[in-house]
Design a protein around this ligand. Structure first.
Ligand code: CA
Length: 244
């Protein structure tokens, strides 16, 4: 099963704190997470985990249940008691597969759990999903606005779940709008952002592509998501009454 790298920019690399006392497993996790673009910090027991949380400020914690000095359950409980770590995303790792343990992990405040032995791609998928849910890391894979969703990896765009067919320029225009929803851009700004500064294109070309984009995304009976601001430019905006 292939894993798709999500290309986090180097600044936005999420930090995963791995708390694991089995050295070979820790090494394996570190290797795979780094390969997938995560920054990795580690701790080998419960006490160290609490120290590392304070120092490394991880975005997500992969917390083994059975640990020396302080169990994963106890670590989780302590973190949940403190205001500054109450919302730290925690995935509990358990060697035990009884449902009761999972329930207990969630009861004491873990956000998710995964049972050993696990497949590496499952761990990575869970970490990504939790990062997205917690809003710690914006998904680099999908841009959304109103009913529009753009899957940047697959180059697929949908409105209300229905696929939209966009030419390459319309795609890039929409991508740019999705990155700055609600903002009004002059034609020249759109030219710079979408076509590039070095290419000479008539500003009116923008109008042509905006028209195509509009046609592609505004299907019957739907709100026109592209707002034309007279003498100013265009914006992606679901509120037709907003003033430019
Ligand atoms: Ca262990």
């Amino acid at each position: 099963m292939g894993m798709m790298a999500e290309n986090y920019s180097s600044l936005a690399k999420p930090t995963v704190l791995i708390v694991e006392d089995e050295a070979p497993l820790l090494t394996l996790l570190r290797y795979n997470l780094e390969k997938q673009g995560f920054r990795v910090d580690e701790a080998a027991d419960g006490q160290e985990a609490l120290l590392r949380v304070a120092e490394a400020r991880p975005d997500v914690m992969l917390l083994d249940w059975m640990l020396p000095s302080l169990s994963g359950i106890e670590v989780c409980r302590q973190l949940r008691r403190r205001a500054e770590t109450r919302d730290l995303p925690i995935i509990m790792v358990t060697a035990r597969t009884e449902d009761q343990d999972a329930v207990r992990a969630l009861d004491i405040g873990a956000d998710d759990y995964i049972a050993k032995p696990f497949a590496m791609e499952h761990v990575i998928a869970r970490i990504r999903a939790l990062l997205r849910r917690s809003g710690r890391v914006a998904s680099k894979g999908t841009l959304t606005y109103a009913e529009i969703a753009m899957d940047q990896d697959a180059h697929r765009v949908t409105r209300d779940g229905r696929p939209l067919h966009l030419g390459p320029t319309e795609y890039r225009l929409l991508e740019f709008f999705l990155q700055h929803p609600g903002r009004v851009f002059a034609r020249e700004q759109l030219l710079d952002a979408v076509w590039g500064r070095d290419i000479h294109v008539e500003p009116r070309t923008v109008d042509v592509h905006i028209r195509r984009l509009r046609k592609a995304i505004n299907q019957d009976h739907e709100v026109d998501l592209i707002r034309t601001v007279r003498s100013a430019g265009y914006a992606l905006d679901s509120d037709p009454n907003r003033l430019g």
